[in-house]
Design a protein around this ligand. Structure first.
Ligand SMILES: Nc1ncnc2c1ncn2[C@@H]1O[C@@H]2COP(=O)(O)O[C@H]2[C@H]1O
Length: 233
């Protein structure tokens, strides 16, 4: 992990995507003066489940996986976080330890904002507090949907959903391959299956012409077909 020169929050457009959009120019100046920009490489641990954070991370760029280690030693990936998200606000607000680990999936840049500033702003800026509540409410809705999805969709449907999520949220490269490539193990950990089953089901999806693969890259060939399959048609 590298700490780099600061970019000023006042001139950063990322805040439009998160609760920080409620801050005035003066508030942003204070945040800018106290935050640190941290850069992570693929595989770097950003924070570990059970850690007590002294601040929150604002994702400027890159993708990171949020995962929880279960008692049987498996990592369940709960979410792939993207640009604009704030990570760690749940434990900072609750004054608890983090519930998940965050690991960089590619080159990732994050601004680390000290906890005390966030707590001060919760007390001083009601619009910021409302925004934060909305984000946490949305995380809760996502978690509800995730649980329902796990129990009502089969593994193949869940793989299709994960691939569509990656395309919608992170886009594709010049050749149409997913810009964020999950390893087969990570994809298996998103959908809650063994890596071998995930590999077998990806091969099926390829044979059925829903997807194409090249080396470790994956391309969605038939989006409508995948959507129909998810909806049980
Ligand atoms: N759907 C989600 N469920 C749980 N945590 C999430 C979700 N989306 C984003 N997060 C963030 O992931 C963070 C993990 O550490 P915390 O528990 O401190 O705070 C959590 C939230 O900021």
């Amino acid at each position: 992990m590298k700490t780099t020169e600061k970019t000023r929050c006042e001139s950063c457009i990322i805040r439009q995507f998160n609760a920080l959009k409620a801050f005035t120019k003066d508030e942003l100046k204070v945040i800018s003066d106290h935050k640190v920009t941290k850069n992570f490489k693929k595989g770097d641990l950003i924070f570990k489940e059970g850690e007590k954070l002294n601040g929150v991370f604002c994702v400027r760029d890159g993708a990171s996986k949020l995962s929880k280690l279960s008692e049987n030693g498996k990592h369940q990936i709960v979410k792939i976080a993207k640009k604009g998200e704030i990570l760690g606000q749940r434990s900072v607000v609750a004054d608890e330890q983090t519930n998940l680990s965050a690991t960089a999936l590619n080159d990732t840049s994050m601004c680390y904002i000290p906890k005390q500033l966030i707590i001060d702003k919760i007390n001083q800026n009601p619009e910021f507090t409302r925004n934060l509540l909305k984000i946490m409410a949305s995380d809760l809705r996502e978690s509800d949907n995730f649980i329902v999805n796990m129990s009502q969709h089969n593994v193949k449907q869940r793989i299709a959903e994960a691939l569509l999520y990656l395309e919608t949220n992170f886009g594709t490269d010049d050749e149409g391959f997913l810009a964020v490539n999950l390893s087969r193990e990570d994809l298996a950990n998103v959908v809650g299956t063994a890596t071998e089953s995930c590999i077998r089901l990806l091969a099926e999806l390829k044979k059925e012409k829903f997807i194409a693969t090249k080396a470790k890259k994956t391309k969605i060939e038939d989006k409508k077909g995948l959507e129909d399959m998810i909806n049980g048609f």
